[in-house]
Every structure is written in C-alpha cells, then in structure tokens.
Ligand binder design. Structure first.
Ligand SMILES: [Zn+2]
Length: 86
C-alpha cells in the first residue's frame, strides 16, 4: 500500500476508513475414493502488485489507484485547527 491519501470515488465522503482485500488460498490433498480432505495448509496470501481497497462507508471496492487518483483530484483542504477562543 502506498503512503498517499485515499478518497472514495463512490461515496465521496470517506478519506479515512478503508480495508485492504487480499487473496488467499489453501492447498490440500483429497482422497480419491472417500473424498476426505487431507493435509489442508494454512491460508497463503497471494502478493498482488496493486492492492484492492474497500471503502468502509459505502462498501465500494476498487484498485488502490482509483482511491489515490480521486484524492489527487479533490485534495483535502487544510483547515487550521487553532481554537477560536482566547
Ligand atoms: Zn465510499
């Protein structure tokens, strides 16, 4: 994952809450006669060049680049957080 801001291109309200989807597989042996599953391995994660990102607000999923590009198109305006009272 890249250290860049994301912005959901679907709901356009979320810049902070995401999940990353990864593909895993488990290999196993099968008994040809009884159909019994044997030697089931632990899940193995498939390394992907570009991760798939999901928006936790609307559920949209897409390539990481779509979220990054949307954030670049509509960057967050930095608002000063200094308290107004004195
Ligand atoms: Zn969204």
């Amino acid at each position: 994952m890249q250290e860049k801001p994301y912005y959901c291109p679907e709901c356009r309200s979320n810049r902070t809450k995401f999940r990353v989807l990864s593909t895993t597989y488990r290999s196993f042996m099968k008994d040809a006669i009884t159909g019994m599953v044997q030697n089931l391995t632990e899940p193995i994660t498939i390394e992907e060049t570009e991760p798939t990102i999901g928006c936790l607000v609307c559920g949209f999923t897409g390539n990481e680049m779509r979220f990054i590009k949307q954030a670049e198109r509509e960057p967050r305006v930095m608002t000063p957080t200094t308290p107004a009272y004195r």
